[in-house]
Ligand binder design. Structure first.
Ligand code: 4NP
Length: 171
């Protein structure tokens, strides 16, 4: 179904490998920004993994705990794998690292709607990738949140400026 102009939505998909650490964190952080700004029905965010090992599982307990300490609730999220439909329906598919971006690029078609980018393209971090915290310690999950919070704030500003420019009065 095509959205009418009044219902126009911007759809954002956060993507990592397992969809249990980084992308659900980015999902929840961006969701809070949208909701805090009362744009929850105008901008939609979701997350998915390029791998399928954890499909149906909740986010990693360490990701949930670290996010909860900063006010984000990941408990209702469940892992899923990126689908063909995502390429056709999402406006932005944002990968956490180059390997996941490469996976997405190899599966994209010229007719797809989604633009494929790295999340850290947004913001002024000199980092390219959100490092995979799965095999490391708790500090890795704090670093994920630091990087993701800054990038999501910049992404929100970009989407507002690009898709919802302030109304300029006619002279
Ligand atoms: P994520 O982290 O991609 O940030 O969700 C990982 C989760 C699971 C695995 C690797 C990375 N794994 O190998 O199962």
């Amino acid at each position: 179904m095509t959205d009418s102009p009044e219902q126009a939505k911007i759809r954002v998909l956060m993507v990592c490998l397992g969809n249990i650490c980084r992308s659900p964190t980015a999902h929840a952080v961006f969701h809070k920004i949208i909701c805090d700004n009362k744009l929850g029905s105008t901008i939609q965010v979701d997350s998915a993994g390029t791998g399928d090992w954890h499909v149906g599982e909740p986010p990693d307990p360490r990701a949930q705990q670290t996010a909860a300490s900063r006010g984000y609730d990941l408990s209702a999220l469940r892992a899923r794998q990126v689908s063909r439909e995502d390429f056709e329906r999402q406006d932005y598919i944002l990968a956490m690292d180059e390997a996941n971006l490469q996976f997405l690029r190899q599966r994209s078609r010229a007719t797809d709607k989604a633009r494929l980018q790295l999340l850290l393209q947004y913001g002024d971090s000199d980092r390219v990738a959100v490092p995979d915290p799965y095999y490391g310690g708790d500090e890795g999950f704090e670093e994920v949140l630091d990087l993701v919070e800054a990038a999501c704030t910049a992404l929100y500003a970009h989407i507002l400026a690009s898709h919802f420019p302030p109304h300029t009065p006619q002279s």
